[in-house]
Design a binder for this molecule. Sequence first.
Ligand code: DX5
Length: 215
Amino acid sequence: MPNSPIIIAPSILSADLGKLQEEVASIEGSADWLQIDVMDGHFVPNLSFGTSVIKGIKTSLPFDVHLMVSNPADRVDEFIDIGAKNITFHAEAVKESDTRQALIQKIKDGGATAGIALNPDTSLSEVDDVIDSIDLLLIMSVNPGFGGQEFIEDVLGKVKEAREKYPDLMIQMDGGVDDKTAPKCIEAGANNLVSGSFIFGSADRKAAIDSLRSQ
Ligand code: DX5
């Protein structure tokens, strides 16, 4: 996947949810995707939002749904119904191979691409069973649950390993991605970057997004 354009997916978890439509409008024209962080307060200690909030957003940005939930299969239909482009679930939430494959197929049958996510402590080999079925591998660079956390440098080795083994796979990174860490992510082989507090904490969101693309 060398030289493929870097996809930037701002995470709305760090946006001002009291003016969500305005916040999304502020990144249109520069962001590629919009990341929707769905948290159940069980798989991760935080609770975020579901389709009742998201379906009201008017945007041309495709929804990249990151399910940080214990039962992702229960959430897929509602996000397919609102036209999600990509739906990612966590390997740590679905451990059984047949169940993972069935969930990936359900997501694809619904017209979305399917991703699987690895927490920082989860090794790449954990998803050997489904790597040929997924469209996207999300390598977390924080422990999921909150925006604004410190980037965990150790995961870069996992990104390098994944890029070497799977040259054509879309590899997404998420957590602590800013103008300092983005070059390290790209260098390691990521071609899709999620960023929340860096982008929504910037006065000039376009400049912030563009700064993440520069290699
Ligand atoms: C963390 C979420 C991330 C987070 C990114 O659990 O999955 O998407 O919102 O926020 P920053 O970029 O601030 O780490």
